[in-house]
Design a protein around this ligand. Structure first.
Ligand SMILES: Nc1ncnc2c1ncn2[C@@H]1O[C@H](COP(=O)(O)OP(=O)(O)O)[C@@H](O)[C@H]1O
Ligand SMILES: [Mg+2]
Length: 257
């Protein structure tokens, strides 16, 4: 389903990365990354397995440190903030992990309450209930509130994971492989949800994926990570309008909706 929305505000980057480098031992994963995420856009970072996509969003969320480069997130230079400021900043960034990371021993309601109770010290029971109901409604799973994660399908677990991220009202959403391991129809539903979340919660998002259907459906802009750098950036059609032998096979072997 193609979305219709206002163009992103290019005068206002919410994330800005310049000259980012990261190596592990002697393996240079990120070799000079420049990237801006603009307010209100869905930016897809596309790349094969092992190209450093997860490393990139872990650096953006302060879970890993870069070797070189400047990273500014919501006005904060990550090299210059205190641990306390970083904790406050992390609350403004929603991180949707690949495995949904739900607590299997807690009901859906308890899973959703958890980040609120931990991060909003003076929140009332009524405010918690309202927040839980709002995010469950947003992901279309109000009826699952008393269920256990083990009773949910893969797609439902993914939705609850996204709801749990949304409950802190993040300004930026980072999705790591949101459609990994899901069947094609469920993938399309999750892609639609990502677009709905962007509009309903007014977030700016980075969506990490190697799934071209996901990239095409959600990406206002695509940045293709190849050999440690963004070699091609643009709309989906711009990125794949090439005979580059590193890019063409990626397109040819993927199923496009
Ligand atoms: N904490 C780490 N220590 C050592 N190597 C790592 C670490 N995290 C990632 N790597 C390596 O960096 C490369 C990129 O990893 P990753 O970002 O997870 O790739 P992907 O694009 O599939 O998300 C891989 O070769 C991986 O083994
Ligand atoms: Mg990864």
């Amino acid at each position: 389903m193609k979305k219709v929305k206002a163009a992103a505000d290019h005068s206002n980057p919410v994330i800005s990365i310049r000259g980012l480098k990261k190596s592990f031992e002697d393996y240079a994963v990120l070799r000079g990354i420049d990237l801006d995420l603009y307010a209100g856009e869905n930016l897809v970072v596309l790349g094969r397995s092992g190209t450093g996509k997860s490393v990139l969003i872990k650096i953006i969320s302060g879970l890993l440190s870069p070797d070189e480069g400047e990273i500014t997130v919501l006005g904060h230079n990550l090299a210059q903030i205190t641990e306390k400021q970083l904790q406050e900043l992390r609350i403004r960034i929603g991180f949707s992990f690949q495995n949904s990371a739900l607590y299997d021993s807690m009901t859906v309601r308890k899973n959703l309450e958890f980040p609120l109770v931990r991060n909003r010290k003076n929140i009332t029971k009524t405010e918690i209930n309202t927040a839980v109901e709002t995010v469950l409604d947003a992901v279309g799973l109000s009826q699952t509130i008393n269920q256990m994660p083990s009773e949910l399908s893969g797609g439902q677990r993914k939705r609850i994971g996204i709801a749990r991220t949304l409950i802190l009202n993040p300004e930026v959403m980072l999705y790591d492989e949101p459609t990994a391991g899901l069947d094609p129809i469920t993938c399309i539903e999750i892609n639609d949800l990502i677009n709905e979340v962007q509009q309903r919660f007014n977030t700016s998002s980075i969506i990490i994926t190697h799934d071209l259907t996901c990239a095409k459906q959600t990406g206002d802009r695509i940045a293709m990570l190849l050999d440690g750098q963004f070699q091609r950036t643009g709309t989906f059609d711009e990125v794949f309008d090439t005979t580059d032998p590193r890019v063409k096979p990626f397109y040819d072997y993927n199923f496009i909706q």
